[in-house]
Every structure is written in C-alpha cells, then in structure tokens.
Design a protein around this ligand. Sequence first.
Ligand code: ADP
Ligand code: MG
Length: 292
Amino acid sequence: ATPTSIMVGSGRGAEQGILFKGGEYLEGTQAIEAVLLDKTGTITEGKPRVTNVVTISGDQSDFNLVAGAEKRSEHPLAQAVMAYATEHDFDVKDPESFEAVSGHGIEAKVNEKQVLVGTRKLMNEKGINIESAEEKLQEFELEGKTAVLAAINGELRFAIGIADTVKPTSKEAIKELQDMDIEVYMMTGDNTRTATAVAKEVGIPESNVFAEVLPEHKADQVLKLQEQGKKVAMVGDGINDAPALATADIGMAIGTGTDVAIEAADVTLVGGDLTNISHAIKLSKKTMRNIR
Ligand code: ADP
Ligand code: MG
C-alpha cells in the first residue's frame, strides 16, 4: 500500500478504536483466515463473581481460610473469592505461606492449616477425594461457570461457582467473522464443560474449542492452526496470552487488558469490543484495494 493509504487507513482505525502498531500490520490483517479468541476477559467481561458457595463438609465459617489463601494470588478468580468474603463479612486472615500452581490453583498455609483452592486436577494430585462435589461442579460448568474446589488439611470442604458475563457484542462479533468465512476458535485454561457452554452461547462450534490449555501451551495452539496453513489472528488480554499473541500472524490485544498483552500484540482493540476484529479486517482489505 502507498504511505498515503496506510496513513488514511490507520487514522480510520484509530477513530474506531483499532490501533495498528505499524503499517505492516494494517496490511497483514486482510489475510486472516482464522481467529483464536481467549475466553476470559476477551469473549467475557473478565470480571468474575462468586455466585455459589456450597459447603461439602465441615463448618461454613472456615470459608475465611479459603479467602485468606487467595489473598496473595493475582488471579481474577482470587479477587472474586476475596470480594465475596468481604461482602459476607468473613474475617479474612493473611496467609503464612502461599504458592501458585500454574494453571491449576493455589496452595497456602492460613492459621496453621493447609489450604488448597483450584481445579479437580489440583485436588487429585494432592490425593483429595472429590467425588462428593462432582455433581455440583458439573451443574456449575453446564451454566458456563468456573467451578473451583477448596480443601482444608486434606479434606474437601467447598465447591465454588464463579460466573463471568459474556460481553454484549461477542456473539454478534463472532457471527460477523463467520459470515466472512473466517474460522473462529476459543482457547482457555478453564474446564472443557465450562468452555463448551460459553462457546455455545456465542456461536463457536464445539470442535473449535481448546480448553484446559496450560499457560505455557497457549502459543502451541496458534502454531497448530498455522501448521494447517492458516493465517491466524490471536485475540487476548492476559499475561498468559502474550506468547500466543506474539506467535500469531496478527496479535490483537484487548485495550482494557494487561500491559504485557498490549506490548506483545500488533493491534490494540481499545474498548475490547470484538466487533472491531471484523472491522479491522475490512479496513485492511479496503486499504489494500486502494493501492491497486
Ligand atoms: P484462565 O486464565 O483461562 O482462567 P488459568 O491457567 O489461569 O486459566 O487457570 C486455569 C484454572 O485453574 C482456572 O479455571 C481455575 O479453575 C484454576 N485456578 C487458577 N488460579 C486459581 C486461583 N487463584 N484460585 C482458584 N482457582 C484457580
Ligand atoms: Mg483472558
């Protein structure tokens, strides 16, 4: 494209909240054949709220230990648990020790007690029987909620349901891409059942869902699509998404997301509205047409 058409195109993009880091990305965006969307904070608002706390065994008041364990975690789920505890007047203690288990949860010591919060896999690995919670977990997951387990001193104590609202324009944005014959995929560290429920809500086929993807494997999913000969755009907001954003042919960061994601990406979608993905592709096509 000519410098003038690039300048005009970039200006148009900026007016709509699409920031291209350079002319080459405005040019490259027109070639996108597949769009891989992160779930939390990209398709959804990324503001999780605790909607259910089910006491599986023991005293409900021990939930304060669960919140205490989450106190030093930076995960959005931890913030949701903290907010719930504060709203319900639990006396949240500082943990004596804390460790994040990447992709699975946390382990902490609170009030001299060992507290585990996270996925089924975390509990299984620590030898905790979770059978008594399975029915509840599946109930949450079928509603598209993230189901989290909490154990204290080796005993399963709570099943927690955490909901995150889909952005109002996500479904429409995905439809626009599919109507342009662009394949849309979802990727998440979250459970398969939860991911599938959210995918269904926004019109992504079940076969295009990559769930339970560990942070260090997110970029591999981009490579997998590229190996099928596709030009791939990755859209994400989190620190975990940065390697995938850098690997993609075009990385698009959600403007309200982390600085790390924005730095790794080629394009920033300022307001986080996913309809700007198709707008960016159309703008790129138009810019490229103007030069011929
Ligand atoms: P994502 O960013 O897509 O949620 P993560 O890899 O960060 O993926 O987390 C995967 C899963 O691990 C979460 O869905 C949750 O079940 C569990 N998990 C991670 N961190 C925490 C935490 N601090 N508290 C509770 N559960 C957690
Ligand atoms: Mg995210």
